[in-house]
Design a protein around this ligand. Structure first.
Ligand SMILES: Nc1ncnc2c1ncn2[C@@H]1O[C@H](COP(=O)(O)OP(=O)(O)OP(=O)(O)O)[C@@H](O)[C@H]1O
Length: 260
């Protein structure tokens, strides 16, 4: 049997990044960040505003190409992919929800939720069925035929969540999805997101600067000024056994750690 190369990512990390550097027009956004995420894990990326959470999500999801470092998805290198291949990867395997629902006002709620399927060429009937199923699961099925203008902010954000989940992606990237919501709504959206993801084996990367966001995660990693601040396993909620995700990378680092 041929041994894997020393620099190969661990088999059981759905996403794996090593020594990622990214700068925005010369000002550093990420400075040598490494992270591994297990399949089905809910990982919170925490840190104050401007610490690099969004930049890391955008690198991991293939929106941005790191200037240095590696990004792997299911053992496939993302950092060497061309723009079209990254776009296809995002469309086919990833979902995204940000702080703003960004619903199209002229479409009905179910059409907004079904958009990723419709764009991928799914039939109208199957896209509608899948979208309505997700809207029902997220307790907003009653709004399916309404326009986004008739919805509250919290309801709109649930539609955005349905849109992120409708293709049952491998990974959902959630960038401060509760930012526009009140406290009770925030807790509900986070619970909805994590319950839906766990029941479908979907990995979630949740960028948040709120403690309640980090509390629903299996594990959190913290950024500060674009660098890793700390890594922590949150209590007893680790999904992959008592110690949580803990495989060793070839360098002997814990695969779940965030390190420079
Ligand atoms: N498009 C951009 N152009 C220039 N600088 C940027 C850009 N996007 C982010 N930055 C800078 O990069 C750093 C990291 O920003 P990033 O948005 O990734 O942090 P964040 O932790 O997600 O913050 P927030 O919680 O405010 O979204 C910050 O200093 C920010 O000002």
């Amino acid at each position: 049997m041929v041994a894997p190369p020393d620099n190969a990512p661990p088999d059981n990390d759905v996403l794996w990044a090593r020594s990622v550097h990214y700068s925005h027009s010369g000002s550093p956004g990420l400075i040598g960040v490494s992270v591994g995420v297990r399949q089905g894990e809910v990982l919170a990326l925490t840190g104050p505003r401007g610490s690099g959470k969004t930049t890391l999500l955008r690198c991991l999801s293939g929106h941005l190409v790191p200037e240095q470092g590696e990004i792997w998805f299911n053992s496939v290198p993302v950092h060497t992919m061309g723009a079209l291949a990254r776009e296809r990867l995002r469309r086919d395997r990833f979902g995204w929800i940000g702080p703003d629902p960004q619903l199209l006002p002229e479409l009905k709620v179910w059409e907004n939720a079904a958009l990723p399927l419709l764009i991928s060429g799914a039939s109208h009937r199957s896209a509608k069925a899948a979208a309505c199923e997700w809207l029902d699961r997220l307790d907003i099925g009653a709004f399916a035929r309404k326009r986004p203008g008739a919805l509250t902010r919290a309801e709109s954000q649930r539609v955005a969540l349905a849109r992120a989940l409708v293709k049952e992606p491998a990974v959902v990237f959630a960038d401060e999805p509760t930012a526009p919501l009140h406290r009770a709504e925030r807790a509900l959206l986070l619970r909805t997101l994590t319950t839906a993801a766990r029941s479908h084996g979907i990995t979630v990367l949740l960028a948040t600067h709120e403690e309640e966001g980090a509390a629903v995660a299996d594990r959190r990693v913290e950024l500060l000024d674009g660098r890793p601040a700390a890594a922590a396993v949150s209590g007893a909620t680790a999904v992959n056994g008592a110690g949580g995700p803990s495989d060793e990378t070839p360098e002997g680092q814990a695969a779940c750690s965030l390190s420079a």
